[in-house]
Design a protein. Structure first.
Ligand SMILES: O=C([O-])CC(=O)C(=O)O
Ligand SMILES: [Mg+2]
Length: 639
């Protein structure tokens, strides 16, 4: 125990303190992160403070420039965020500094032209801003006007990234209030192009790069990240970025994009989110030869070298952030994705978005589609093109749900699903040569090479594309689906738009307006024979933000399949009659915050039911609780 300003603190409350928190001179109104120290938990406070100040002076240009810095003992709102998902962990001392120019350069606290007259006076902003004071709403309006002037999607993406680095709260308000327009900008499909060009558009660190060079030092690397209290990590090794393949280190755009949705769609505090890219090299020849490539210029490490780096990362994360930090695996290649999930699923709070998140969103879409096509799940037959993470993940969740509904064993319910991979229909005679994750889907049938023939022979009611390869649902394939189905259900899930199995327009015209269609990347409404068809976006973005929120608010320590089923049911329940009448099997993204709260509540309820929740007691109304925990991008007033 040590005591500061009359308050007692356990020694170990210091052991994790590795960042100095700088606050405004007027007590705890806005903290800023400027320097890094790693004091031992058992050291005497005054020594700590001395060392800290010394290091701050050495490390921090902000402090050096600012002669008005003072140190204040005491405990305050050290994170300065608006969310109840915050732990009550406290930092035993705070530092105060003058703000001024550095305040305008800090995206977490900058308000730009929205600083009030009083704030301009008390925070040394006079003269640094033009006289006008805008409110948040006017700033949003201005930014949207600016963005709409860019015709090139990547320009909009870069403008959004600039905004995120300039004024975080404005970025999130803009995104949340214009989610349908801006989701395709900060996320799929534009984020795909951003990753392809990430080397040339890289400006400032948006997440941590952990390469083979950092082997043995990952604990230290994590300490270099300015935020201390991390709740969600999205990590990729860049080997299978969307359907674009191996983009190596440039895959960083994906964790960054996913985490901005965790905040905008799921209400997780931005400072709790950590994007990570593991760089073990790339096998992309073009990138290896590109003089502007930003990653390790070597072919991918495999086997033990790869496993050791991942293992070090997973242990370091748990050691640094505790066992309740959520780790989302994203866009790993099949051969690593399944193994990593199996390896860490029992020791860490992890899920794979491409296997499980996509599965949950597609199952929700299928449940909603049943309202239009009739029958229950077990009466339908599913054919997949693509038997990788997404395909087999979706198939397994469908089989699980079917098994729950009918009581039939999984081995039976799996027989309702067939898969086609690059070698044709997956059949029992191919068993020996199949990768382990494809084996449950090898049923008795003669070999079939082409998708269109598989469609004609199997006669599925639901066709799902998850192969990462575009234009594979040809006219013949869609027409075949429409010959034996009154309303063929077709999912073209591969991303980005260039990799979509077919377009919305193709699905509707080739099926003569009868298809129930959803796609991974967004498509504009289509007019066919005087009728307007709006298709849904079967993208895991519907699920992971709410799933993550549910795990966090319940303090869950593991992800369980039943939580994914609960998330699917919650999402399907949000599809209104009005949506269905338009042929929509997903609710509009405009309502996503409310949807995420409902998903979170169902996921959290499941965590409590399964005994996997640690945040006790269980809140009475989980929806209200989830909503109350969500980050709000409103500006705070700096006294
Ligand atoms: O990122 C997306 O849009 C969906 C996804 O996980 C993928 O395609 O890998
Ligand atoms: Mg993905």
């Amino acid at each position: 125990m040590f005591s500061l300003n009359g308050t007692n603190f356990p020694n170990d409350s210091l052991s994790g303190v590795s960042r100095c928190l700088i606050q405004s001179r007027k007590k705890v109104s806005f903290p800023m992160v400027v320097a890094s120290v790693s004091p031992n938990g058992d050291r005497n406070v005054s020594v700590l403070m001395e060392n800290t100040l010394k290091e701050m002076k050495e490390n921090s240009p902000v402090i050096e420039k600012d002669s008005k810095s003072t140190v204040t003992g005491g405990v305050g709102d050290v994170y300065g965020e608006d969310s109840a998902t915050e732990d009550q962990t406290i930092t035993p001392w705070n530092f105060s500094v003058a703000s001024g120019y550095s305040l305008l350069r800090n995206p977490h606290y900058n308000k730009g032209l929205a600083f009030s007259e009083k704030e301009r006076d008390s925070h040394y902003l006079r003269g640094l801003l033009p006289p006008v004071v805008f409110n948040h709403e006017l700033q949003v309006k201005k930014l949207m006007n600016n963005l709409r002037q860019y015709d090139v999607p990547l320009q909009r993406y870069m403008a959004m990234m600039d905004l995120q680095e300039r004024n975080e709260r404005l970025f999130y308000k803009l995104l949340m209030e214009n989610v349908e327009e801006l989701l395709p900008v900060v996320y799929t499909p534009t984020v795909g192009e951003a990753c392809q060009k990430y080397g040339s558009i890289f400006r400032r660190p948006q997440g941590l790069f952990i390469s083979l060079k950092e082997k043995g030092k990952i604990l230290e690397v994590l300490k270099n990240w300015p935020e201390k209290k991390i709740q969600v990590i999205v990590v990729t090794d860049g080997e299978r970025i969307l359907g674009l393949g191996d983009l190596g280190c440039q895959g960083m755009g994906i964790p960054v994009g996913k985490l901005s949705l965790y905040t905008a769609l799921g209400g997780i505090r931005p400072s709790s989110c950590l994007p990570v890219t593991i760089d073990v090299g790339t096998n992309n020849e073009k990138l290896l030869k590109d003089e502007f490539y930003i990653g390790l210029r070597q072919r991918r490490a495999r086997g033990q070298e790869y496993a050791e780096l991942l293992d070090e990362f997973m242990s370091a994360v748990k050691q640094t952030y505790g066992e309740k930090v959520l780790i989302q695996f994203e866009d790993f290649a099949n051969h690593n994705a399944f193994d990593l999930l199996a390896k860490y699923g029992t020791s860490h709070l992890v899920f794979n978005d491409d296997i499980q998140g996509t599965a949950s969103v597609v199952l929700a879409g299928i449940m909603a589609a049943l309202n239009l096509v009739g029958g229950n799940l077990a009466q339908h037959k599913f054919l997949f093109l693509g038997a990788g993470e997404a395909g087999t993940g979706i198939a397994e969740l469908i089989a699980l749900e079917m098994s729950k509904q009918t009581g039939a064993p999984l081995e039976e319910t799996r027989k309702r699903t067939w898969m086609v991979d690059s070698k044709g229909l997956i059949v029992r005679s191919r068993m020996e040569s199949l990768q382990h994750f494809k084996r449950p889907w090898a049923h008795d049938h003669e070999p079939v090479k082409e998708l269109v023939n598989a469609v004609k022979l199997i006669k599925p009611t639901v066709l799902i594309g998850s192969s990462g390869t575009g234009k594979t649902f040809t006219k013949e394939v869609v027409q075949a689906m429409a010959t034996f189905n009154k309303k063929p259900v077709i999912f073209a899930l591969s991303n980005p738009t260039s990799q979509s199995e077919c377009t919305a327009e193709e699905a509707y015209t080739w099926s003569e307006g009868r298809a129930i269609f959803a796609s991974g990347s967004p498509f504009a409404p289509v007019e066919y024979k005087g009728k307007v068809f709006v298709s849904g976006q079967g993208n895991n973005a519907y699920i992971f933000p709410g799933l993550g929120l549910g795990l966090i608010i319940s303090g869950a320590i593991r992800v369980h399949d039943d939580m994914l089923l609960a998330a699917s049911e919650a999402l399907a329940a949000e599809v209104s009659q009005e949506n269905l009448e338009k042929g929509l099997i997903y609710p509009p993204f405009a309502n996503i915050r409310k949807i995420s709260a409902h998903i979170a509540a169902k996921v959290a309820a499941k965590a409590y039911e399964l005994g996997l929740a640690t945040r006790l007691p269980q809140p009475e109304n989980l929806v209200t609780y989830a909503e109350s925990c969500m980050y709000s991008p409103s500006y705070r007033s700096y006294r």
